[in-house]
Design a protein around this ligand. Structure first.
Ligand code: SF4
Length: 325
């Protein structure tokens, strides 16, 4: 019933389960792909035409109506997350939506953004009521920022950092900066030290290191080695609290239907085999026969397959082409 109701929705999806946000109802505010950047690692493919002007792409009342409906059929949500097929803050009126959602529910609101528009006072203002904001910062220098994010003309690195610094000063909610760690690109000691210096200036609540677990259509992206991940954590931890990308992790123990919960997660993003095994093992309290039976059940659905990426096996949906997401 729940799935049927949500399948018909245009803006609302999920709930999806993630390490950072638990059970999260997603709200996508943008036509694909509308972005200010053209990241090397983007799963949505190349930004064919940059969008830098903010617009109300879809009527805000329509989006709110869907959120209201989704809230009537969902319980046990940890977050409502605004995220876009591109840069979320391009949606003009997101501040109004956050305020309206807060009148409907006590479920906290998160916004995932690349942060490129935070230099605009009106954008920062619209975000003040969010409970958590997760902007990106992948580099500690203009050159590396340009190499990774390939932003639209006129959007400079300094502007990006100054936007983040200004937002931190004004915002009392949780500021969780996401660092996409790319093997051979921003995982050297030098790049990490530059990044740490800028993070110190921004002063976020935490930094979440995220990994390119899905190959980008446009560019060959490598996962960083475990040694580089540990090094990144050590260097960035000197200036802020860092959330490990491989620990902490998927918790499925309270899922009412384990198969459905796993399906919902893998349909949104590939899941590392070892991470999934650990989460399943936690559910069955170390009963390895039950664990093996569940994995068999999972394969028998015919919906999933294992693919290798960066030397690690990942579960993906069968219809997912890992090279052309
Ligand atoms: S900011 Fe996000 S949507 Fe935009 S290009 Fe980068 S990864 Fe893709």
């Amino acid at each position: 019933m729940l799935h049927n109701a949500l399948e018909k929705m245009k803006y609302v999806f999920g709930p999806v389960s993630s390490k950072r946000l638990g059970q999260s109802l997603g709200v996508d505010l943008l036509p694909p792909k509308s972005c200010t950047w053209n990241c090397l690692y983007c799963q949505l493919g190349k930004t064919r035409q940059f969008v830098t002007e903010r617009q109300e792409f879809f009527p805000r009342e329509e989006i709110l109506k869907e959120i209201r409906e989704a809230l009537t059929v969902n319980t046990g949500l940890d977050w409502i997350t605004f995220v876009g097929s591109g840069e979320t803050m391009l949606y003009q009126g997101i501040g109004w939506l956050i305020a309206e959602v807060k009148k409907l529910t006590a479920v906290p609101v998160a916004v995932i953004t690349n942060g490129s528009l935070l230099y605009l006072p009106e954008v920062r203002e619209e975000l003040l009521q969010a409970d958590a904001v997760l902007p990106s910062l992948n580099a500690g220098s203009e050159a590396l920022h340009a190499e990774i994010g390939r932003p639209a003309e006129g959007l400079t690195y300094r502007q990006h950092v100054e936007g983040l610094v200004a937002f931190r000063r004004e915002y009392t909610g949780q500021l969780w900066i996401e660092v996409m760690l790319l093997g051979g690109i921003n995982d050297s000691d030098e790049a990490l030290r530059d990044l740490a210096a800028v993070l110190k200036e921004i002063n976020p609540d935490t930094v979440h290191i995220v990994l390119p677990t899905r190959p980008a259509p446009e560019h060959e992206i490598r996962l960083p080695s475990n040694e580089r991940i540990e090094r990144a954590i050590a260097i960035l931890s000197e200036v802020t609290t860092v959330v490990h990308p491989l620990k902490g992790n998927m918790d499925l123990r309270s899922a009412p239907d384990l198969l459905k919960a796993v399906t919902a997660i893998i349909s949104r993003h590939p899941v590392q085999q070892r991470e999934l095994q650990k989460a399943i093992a936690d559910c069955f309290g170390g009963e390895s026969e039950m664990e093996a039976a569940f994995m068999q059940e999972l394969l028998a659905t015919g919906q999933f397959k294992l693919v290798e990426h960066g030397g690690e096996p990942y579960w993906v949906m069968v219809h997912d082409d890992p090279v052309q997401p």
